[in-house]
Design a protein around this ligand. Structure first.
Ligand code: HEM
Ligand SMILES: *[C@@H]1O[C@H](CO)[C@@H](O)[C@H](O)[C@H]1NC(C)=O
Ligand SMILES: *[C@@H]1O[C@H](CO)[C@@H](O)[C@H](O)[C@H]1NC(C)=O
Length: 333
């Protein structure tokens, strides 16, 4: 009898210990590439099909989806906060200076989310949808691919003030750009690599007018050609490609432009302006394979999201147990 008690109580503790280990493992678990493989096996293919369709309708959408992910991740981590509308208790990020009338692609994410809610209700986070959509967009435009690490959780709140302070401005000089990225755990070199995203997509006249009319570090023939569509006054919303050489190709032309003083934004040209980051730009301008390899690694190389992505992940893991309820609470659905 006594023996049996001992045995069952040690069995109990053993069982308890296993459960504890399991919980700790979950709580400290990293994002994983097979996160939805049983809970929503068609998640990735659904996202890919929707991104392909949206880009077929409008090619620029790939760039817009990538930027949406960037602006999500730079404001309190990749938690889909960028998607939240204003509520009684907070003002969302959509109307923050860098976002207002500028970020786009919400309807693509909404469509994907509602498809996934039908397929596997309350399983796939919007933050993961943003990450996979950005990856698939880059791939569709000839860029590098990587294995997306999944399991991000959606925030129920957003911060317009963090969006205003943390997303870099196109008027920034190199030192401020370096700081903005360093605040998120990125090195200056990683900042240059990630800026290579400007090899796709468009910018408004408002974002580069001062550079075109008032800067000396811009090739004059390039400035002249931009002025037609970006008058000195008016036309704020008129668009020009960030990489005029190949606006729909995720290649290294952005860096070749910089070497030729053909950066569109002031912040772009700052990366090649006779200072510390010139060498990285030069390398990428002649070596597209290295740019691609480094770009993919800034996101998720070998399952290890870097810097900001990694930092946020550990925050989120402390709240992992709330996963389903948080997704349920997510305002869009
Ligand atoms: C280095 C600091 C950066 C600054 C100052 C900056 C600023 C800007 C600005 C001003 C625009 C044009 C927006 C408009 O006119 O509506 C833009 C577009 C874009 N940015 Fe950045 N950006 C930076 C870094 C990044 C990074 C790291 C990524 C992604 C990894 C990114 C992805 C994009 C894309 C894809 C577009 C085009 C979006 C579209 O066509 O809809 N940018 N950026
Ligand atoms: C955002 O843009 C809208 C439309 O242009 C404008 O009315 C509004 O004042 C802007 N919001 C902020 C916070 O700047
Ligand atoms: C260019 O600089 C001049 C003199 O500083 C200023 O008056 C003008 O508004 C600037 N133009 C633009 C487009 O920023």
């Amino acid at each position: 009898m006594a023996r049996r008690n001992v045995s069952s109580s040690s069995c109990f503790f053993f069982f308890f210990f296993i459960i504890l280990c399991f919980q700790l493992k979950i709580c400290s678990s990293q994002l994983s590439s097979n996160y939805y493989s049983t809970s929503c096996p068609k998640a990735l293919i659904t996202i890919n099909a929707a991104v392909t369709k949206a880009m077929f309708k409008e090619r620029r959408m790939g760039a817009s989806l990538l930027r949406l992910h960037f602006h999500d991740c730079f404001v309190n981590g990749c938690d889909a906060s960028v998607l939240l509308d204003d509520t009684a208790s907070f003002t969302g990020e959509k109307t923050a200076g860098p976002n207002n009338n500028s970020i786009r692609g919400f309807e693509v994410i909404d469509t994907i989310k509602s498809q996934l809610e039908t397929l596997c209700p309350q399983v796939v986070s919007c933050a993961d949808i943003l990450a996979v959509a950005a990856r698939d967009s880059i791939v569709a435009l000839g860029g590098p691919s990587w294995v997306a690490q999944l399991g991000r959780r959606d925030s129920t709140t957003a911060s317009i003030s963090a969006a205003n302070s943390d997303i870099p401005s196109p008027l920034m000089d190199l030192s401020d750009l370096i700081s903005a990225f360093s605040n998120k755990g990125f090195t200056a070199k990683e900042m240059v690599t990630l800026s290579g995203a400007h090899t796709i997509g468009q910018a408004k006249c408002l974002a580069f007018r001062r550079r075109v009319y008032n800067e000396s570090t811009i090739l004059s023939s390039f400035a002249t050609s931009l002025k037609t569509n970006c008058p000195n006054a008016g036309g704020d919303d008129n668009l020009s490609p960030l990489d005029a050489a190949s606006p729909f190709s995720f290649d290294n032309a952005y860096f070749r432009n910089l070497v030729n003083n053909k950066g569109l934004l002031h912040s772009d040209q700052q990366l090649f302006s006779g200072a510390s980051t010139d060498s990285h730009v030069t390398t990428y301008s002649t070596d597209p394979a290295t740019f691609h390899a480094d770009f993919a690694s800034c996101n998720d190389q070998n399952g290890e999201p870097q810097s900001a992505y990694r930092e946020r992940r550990s925050d989120q893991n402390q709240l992992q147990e709330d996963k389903l309820s948080l997704i349920t609470a997510f305002r869009l659905y």
